[in-house]
Ligand binder design. Structure first.
Ligand code: UD1
Ligand code: MG
Length: 451
């Protein structure tokens, strides 16, 4: 059965108190929306439709960044969850598979749960996902069951006192075939406490049609929604806890797991060692057996097998470290490829550069890649030796097995095997230091006497 995913993401998220649309606030370095899209991807859906409203342009860009085939439909006015789903009607004209509705602000849904919903669809016409709440709360729709049958969903505001004590509540997720769902959505009304078109009304409408309607349960943690910054922080903490546990299970050593910050797309190979206080921003992959030492910050980079990074290193987007590369303390690397066994061990900036295999970059070396207007590239060949405190003024190219003298400012290309020196020659004045000391001491003494 082919499926279309409809992700509701038009709401403002007033309680976030933010310019940024709620679904774009990040958890683990990725917008909440990406978490929902990722869970939905498990269904291998034929359509991924995101319903956008507040901040629609930004939401569209984020949706397409995750899945270039996503379809974004606009809900100009937020008239309710039923109305939101209805916005996909045009896009899904002629589609006769299943629709699975999920919320963009529910990041912890497990793919297995979605699969379970689809499996239940084999035997039921409408499947709703619910969860048992431990403590009664004045929110959430209540699932009114009769055995296996979901009779109706009542929003808390519309519920009778009896119904308000029901603990089986609505997560908001629903699966139903497209044709039936759109027919039923045409029949919903906004005659309720909120004056909205509720998606939840379809449960009752389906019963009236004699369809079989049921609800399955998942863990409350899976349906955890984010409504405020406090929720967001808690959700991020929960994400981190899960992501760390997964890595540990995958055979990655986290010396102090609670201090390592991970992103949704962080990939770390078996037997890699991650020391305390390392931040993995988006887009990082670290191969098996690499070591990331304490207090390093990585984003948009790849670290190959056996490489050692840090402590106190910063790898920025476009950094490619081949096997056995060494990046030491206070080194920043951006948009640069470092070939096998090359070393940048101390206090350097390597940006817009390529460094050949087994080259050694001395302490304090800087690729001067920016002229104030444009960025330029530095090429360094294999087995080259760049002396400490060399300024490589790009564009510039250093040949294989070439050397630069410490403190050089290199402004033109250096051919293979050559030594380039670009600094003032040393001048020595015998006895001059002693004279200078005496002069200065005498001056200081006069100042103290006040003369
Ligand atoms: C909804 C459910 C409720 C359930 C709860 C779970 C309905 C009527 N109620 O209530 O039964 O227990 O979620 O969290 O469905 N949205 C739009 N357009 C709209 C309205 C909402 O895109 O016009 C989106 C929101 O951005 C959000 C989601 O739909 O992602 C849910 O909307 P929200 O207003 O949070 O619904 P609840 O009142 O929480
Ligand atoms: Mg809500």
């Amino acid at each position: 059965m082919s499926a279309a995913l409809i992700i509701l993401a038009a709401g403002k998220g007033t309680r976030m108190n933010s310019e940024l649309p709620k679904v774009l606030h990040p958890i683990g370095g990725a917008p909440m929306l990406h978490h929902a899209m990722r869970a939905g991807a498990a269904l291998d859906p034929e359509h991924v439709i995101v319903v956008a409203g507040h901040g629609a342009d930004q939401v569209r860009a984020a949706a397409l960044a995750y899945d270039e085939n996503a379809e974004v439909v606009l809900q100009e006015e937020q008239l309710g969850t039923g109305h939101a789903v209805d916005q996909a009607r045009e896009v899904l004209k002629g589609f006769d598979g299943d629709i699975v509705v999920l919320f963009g602000d529910t990041p912890f849904l497990r793919p297995e749960t979605l699969e379970r919903m689809i499996a239940t669809r084999q035997t039921h016409d409408v499947v709703v996902l619910g969860f048992e709440i431990a403590e009664l709360q004045p929110r959430y729709g209540r699932l009114v069951m009769d055995g296996d049958r979901l009779v109706k969903i009542v929003e808390y505001k519309d519920a009778s006192e009896d119904e308000q004590t029901i603990r089986f509540t609505n997560s908001g997720l629903l699966a139903c075939d497209a044709k039936t769902l759109f027919e039923m959505l045409s029949e919903t009304s906004n005659d309720n406490a909120s004056g909205e078109y509720y998606l939840t009304e379809v449960a009752e409408l389906a019963n009236r049609r004699g369809l079989s309607v049921t609800a399955i349960a998942c863990d409350q943690a899976e349906t955890l929604g984010v409504d405020s910054r406090t929720d967001l922080a808690a959700a991020d903490a929960l994400f981190q806890t899960k992501a760390r546990a997964e890595l540990l299970g995958d055979g990655v050593t986290l010396v102090a797991p609670d201090t390592v910050y991970l992103s949704l797309d962080t990939v770390i190979g078996r037997d890699a060692v991650i020391e305390p206080n390392v931040v993995f921003g988006p887009g990082v992959s670290v191969e098996s057996g690499a070591t990331i030492r304490a207090f390093s910050h990585l984003e948009g980079c790849h670290v190959a097998r056996g490489a050692i990074v840090g402590p106190y290193a910063r790898l920025r987007p476009g950094t490619e470290l081949a096997e056995d590369v060494r990046i030491g303390n206070f080194v920043e690397v951006k948009n640069a490829t470092l070939a096998e066994g090359s070393k940048v061990n101390h206090l350097s900036y390597i940006g817009d550069a390529s460094i050949g295999a087994a080259s050694n970059i001395g302490a304090g070396t800087i690729t001067c890649n920016y002229d104030g207007v444009m960025k330029h590239f530095t090429h360094i060949g294999e087995r080259a030796f760049i002396g400490s405190n060399t300024m490589l003024v790009a564009p510039v190219s250093i040949g294989d097995e070439a050397m630069t003298g410490s403190g050089s400012v290199i402004t033109s290309d250096v051919e293979a095997g050559a030594l380039a020196l670009a600094r003032a020659p040393q001048v020595e004045k015998p006895g001059m230091a002693r004279k200078l000391f005496e002069m200065l001491k005498a001056k200081k003494a006069r100042m103290h006497r006040g003369s």
